[in-house]
Write a protein that binds this ligand. Structure first.
Ligand code: BG6
Ligand code: GLC
Ligand code: GLC
Length: 924
């Protein structure tokens, strides 16, 4: 296609060659030259303006501004610290995109001691043009082939190799080994790669190749490799600058300033992707007509406008466009052109660098131009040199303006007035172009006078830095494997859950028949859920959950009204003498009565007592064993109602009429049953866990009668105390059990309820710390302290709305200082432990509802479960996991979960109300 550029530049056929007659130099030739060169001049004021608008763009991107999108991308990498120098091992590095149409493979050995270096072995492969713009798979297959070819020449055997992938294009990184290509730059345009994870594409290709076992551990941008591989000098090396085919820089930013990151501590390396700066036109005033042509003819018009003024791929091209323009105007080469001069890529960075080099001499410039098919006249060489110098000077100055903006940003974010810093430089423009670095340095000094910058050339093109990142990534991957191994026993399969459900069914049946079973299946003498006709004022006690409460419950036509007060039960009372405990309870009741103006009145009292009791009637309950941290002496084997009545008698001052003793599961079922008559199951997942449900009386061996129902308190917390849960119990469960006040007891409860989950988590954290996976392997006194981890922390840590930084704050408040990697792992531990708990609980509920369905000979059962307990209510995912498990394991039951709003005290009052109603009826 013939086209005429904005300068009247002839492109396409017919153009190369000479005019019919050799042109004399036009009279205004010096003007024409000056006009061209002037376009490339950038004034100090313009540079300052660019620096300022660059800084703006950086800060907008850091703050997450979306509209209008800032033109620099500021992409967080997963590199959080500059290397310590202690990294060691052998690594393979594959570089794609840094050095134009080449791909490089390196073998890097890190010695583990600073200052000790071993030269890497490397090989460069030229990527054929058709591969650069062909299908993505072809490019990655090519890379895998080069890798194999390189390794074939090394004595690597069949060891598994760790590879660092230096992929120098704008990417969204989501992990050290996960990176999605945003868009190709620099002459690459392979199909099917944008939007894909390039690490996966490489892994797939290596697998297709099948020659070596290679683990792609990390992916990094070339700027990051350059920075990381730099030997620290006077100051820390916290900026990486690359000017090769393309250009870009990275630097260490304070994590708290990066909106995209969920992190408020430490630093993170940001790849600026500055090549796209001013794609919105901010560079307008300094753009030349040649820049416009170059952009227009490139593979990515409108994109990477800044890079197209600086990167090595474009410097030759800009020079070519200027020379062609001048030749066509007759100012150069007697008006003659050549195919090289008129075709894209005809003049390379190498040509420009050499022609501009003052030591090269006119003869050398002459030869180069001749090689390009031109016939230079004596005066042409000097002019060509000027053009090269103008293009490159501008490139170095623009690069300096951007770098000065980065330095200002560093000063600002670190709140330092002066900054001493080292910038690692890499890329062929620095290596081949004699003056680029010195112009850059000079200009930076001018634009950022308060910064003391040293420029350190990168060794082996950043390969060592990539190896460093790879070493860190490999360590993290090993940690992840250990974490997975540790958590594997907590991941229960569907089959295992079905087995738990089946065992539970078995144990229920045996318990009901009065046979040996870990489930006691205690009759409660509650025969019906409320029918709504109950009336009156009642007192209620609620003992055994997180809080001890005394309540006044008014059941009237308009509904139920509750006033209540929480009293504390100090641990010394819960674990002291029985007499002390019950005296304390009565003191609280008396206090409550006084406050409510009820002194002297003898209201019927319902007692929610959330421990296993063998009941012989509604108002008789013999405590079988204490659970959940209670251990008051001389209570086990005693009737709790008697103990309470004796304490009342000792206190003399009050008259109380204890009518019913109720387990919290029963209280919860009754309380929810008042609203929904389908509520025939009560479930508690709080400090402890347990369930009750309405069983057919004929199935209850220990109670006479064959018709009607009775609520059974399963005491499922003890499920598995006969060893039947052995398969699922991890050694962390065993440790928690052993350290508890009731070893060997309540094994199901200890895998599910709030009193124990935190302890399980703590034991897992201890184990991971001993493995060196967490807290840098340092065991703190805090972590070794029992019960520091409360259930509420689990709920908080797993809350979706909570950022990782808050997770860290929670743990730090516990005296556990950790990194963000640690925080993520702690979160995963919590998730694994609570997920298993919810699933086991779901398996239990599934067993219960299936039993009810079968009891009634129903195809389908619709039933509600009344639920209470802090873990169930406060944990962000517990309830939905329980429901999902029940759906899976009991597909023929439609189960609705109702959260009890009023606690089980209301239920106890309702049980009391029913009892009073029945008593009155018998009196009549
Ligand atoms: C309360 C009930 O709401 O939940 C108590 O009123 C019950 O009876 C308790 O024991 C269970 O939850 P937690 O988390 O307090 O043990
Ligand atoms: C291009 C790439 C960038 C890279 C730079 C230098 O700008 O987009 O990722 O760092 O070239 O190679
Ligand atoms: C414990 C008690 C049980 C109670 C449960 C929930 O398992 O033994 O009676 O229902 O905790 O509080």
């Amino acid at each position: 296609m013939d086209s005429v550029g904005p300068l009247g530049l002839q492109q396409g056929d017919g153009a190369p060659g000479c005019p019919q007659e050799a042109l004399p130099c036009p009279s205004n030739s010096s003007e024409l030259v000056q006009e061209c060169l002037r376009q490339f001049k950038v004034t100090g004021a313009q540079l300052r303006q660019i620096q300022a608008s660059f800084l703006d763009s950086m800060e907008q991107a850091l703050s997450g501004q979306a509209n209008p999108a800032p033109t620099v991308r500021m992409l967080p990498t997963y590199v959080g610290s500059v290397p310590h120098g202690t990294e060691q091992g052998d690594f393979v590095v594959l570089e794609l995109g840094a050095i134009g149409a080449s791909l490089r493979v390196l073998w890097v050995t890190l010695m583990g001691t600073e200052g000790h270096r071993m030269e890497p072995q490397s090989r460069e492969f030229v990527i054929p043009q058709e591969v650069m713009v062909g299908p993505g798979q072809q490019l990655f297959d090519f890379a895998a082939r080069c890798l194999s070819e390189f390794l074939d020449a090394l004595p690597v055997g069949n060891q598994c190799l760790q590879l660092g992938f230096s992929f120098s294009f704008p990417c969204h990184q989501t992990g050290l080994d996960k990176s999605t290509l945003i868009s190709w730059t620099k002459g690459f345009r392979c199909s099917g790669v944008e939007g894909q994870d390039v690490v996966q594409l490489l892994r797939d290709a290596i697998q297709r190749q099948g020659a070596y076992s290679i683990d792609v551990v990390a992916v990094v941008n070339d700027t990051v490799g350059t920075m990381m591989g730099c030997e620290p000098g006077a100051g820390p090396c916290e900026v990486g600058l690359v000017v090769d085919t393309g250009t870009n820089a990275c630097y260490m930013e304070e994590a708290r300033h990066v909106a995209l990151l969920d992190e408020d501590r430490g630093r993170v390396c940001i790849s600026i992707e500055w090549g796209s700066f001013s794609d919105d036109g901010a560079l307008g005033p300094v753009l030349t007509t040649f820049d416009h042509i170059l952009d227009h003819e490139s593979l990515n018009p409108g994109a990477q406008r800044f890079e197209k003024m600086i990167g090595g791929l474009y410097l030759g091209e800009l020079v070519r466009l200027v020379l062609a323009h001048l030749a066509q105007r007759g100012v150069l080469f007697g008006g003659c052109t050549s195919p090289a001069l008129l075709s894209r890529g005809g003049i390379l960075l190498e040509h420009v660098a050499e022609m501009e080099d003052p030591s090269a001499g006119a003869a050398r410039v002459h030869t180069i131009l001749q090689d390009l098919g031109l016939r230079p006249r004596a005066s042409d060489t000097e002019l060509v040199r000027h053009v090269c110098a103008a293009v490159c000077t501008r490139a170095a100055q623009l690069c300096a303006a951007a770098l000065a903006a980065v330095l200002s940003r560093l000063q600002r974010s670190r709140e330092q007035e002066t900054l001493q810093i080292a910038v690692a430089t890499g890329g062929r423009v620095f290596e081949r172009h004699p003056r680029f670095l010195s112009i850059l340095q000079e200009t930076v000094m001018l634009l950022a006078p308060t910064c003391d910058v040293s420029f350190i050339p990168s060794v082996d093109g950043g390969g060592r830095g990539v190896a460093m990142v790879t070493a860190v990534a490999a360590r993290l991957a090993a940690h992840r494997r250990l974490l997975e191994e540790t958590l594997a026993p907590f991941r229960v399969t569907c089959e295992q859950l079905a087995a738990v459900q089946a065992q539970m069914r078995e144990a229920m049946a045996r318990g009901l028949r009065g046979e040996a079973s870990s489930l006691r299946m205690l009759p409660t003498y509650v025969r019906a859920t409320p029918d709504g006709s109950e009336r009156g004022d009642f007192l209620a006690l609620d003992l055994g959950g997180t809080n001890f409460r005394v309540l006044l419950v008014r059941v009237a036509t308009g509904g139920v009204q509750i006033s209540s007060q929480i009293y504390s039960i100090p641990e010394c009372v819960a674990q002291g003498s029985g007499q002390q405990l019950f005296d304390h309870i009565v003191d609280c009741i008396v206090d409550f009565q006084q406050k409510q103006g009820l002194s002297g009145q003898s209201l019927p009292l319902g007692f929610t007592f959330s421990f296993p009791c063998r009941q012989l009637g509604l108002d008789q309950g013999i405590l079988l064993t204490w659970t959940k941290g209670f251990n008051a002496s001389d209570c086990e084997g005693q009737d709790v109602v008697c103990l309470l009545r004796e304490a009342i008698r000792r206190r003399q001052a009050t008259e109380l009429n204890v009518v019913a003793i109720v387990n919290d599961t029963v209280g919860t079922m009754m309380s929810c049953g008042y609203e929904d008559p389908r509520c025939e199951v009560g479930l508690i997942v709080g400090t402890g866990t347990n369930a009750c449900y309405m069983e057919e009386l004929r199935n209850v061996a220990s109670v006479a009668g064959d018709s009607g129902h009775m609520c059974i308190n399963m005491e499922w917390g003890a499920f598995g105390d006969d060893g039947s849960l052995g398969m699922l119990s991890t050694h962390f469960d065993a440790s928690v059990d052993q350290a508890s006040i009731n070893p060997g007891k309540q094994r199901f409860e200890k895998m599910i309820s709030g009193m124990y989950l935190g302890e399980i988590v703590r034991h897992v954290l201890l184990h991971l710390t001993r493995l060196g996976v967490l807290f840098r392997g340092q065991l703190t006194q805090r972590l070794q302290t029992r019960d520091i981890f409360k259930t509420k922390f689990l709920s908080e840590i797993e809350s979706d709305s909570l950022a990782l930084r808050q997770v860290r704050a929670i743990l730090e408040a516990l005296g556990l200082p950790l990194t963000s990697d640690d925080a993520l792992m702690v979160l995963e531990v919590c998730q694994a432990v609570s997920q298993r708990a919810a699933q086991l609980c779901g398996a239990g509920v599934a067993a219960v509802v299936e039993k009810i369905r079968e009891n009634r000979g129903l195809e389908e059962l619709t039933v509600s479960v009344g639920v209470d307990g802090t873990l169930y209510k406060m944990h962000p995912h517990f309830s939905s996991l329980v429901a999902a498990t029940v759906r899976e394991l009991a597909p023929r039951c439609a189960v609705t979960f109702l959260q009890s709003e009023d606690g089980s005290g209301k239920g106890a009052a309702l049980v009391t109300a029913v009892a009073c109603r029945l008593a009155q009826m018998t009196h009549v």
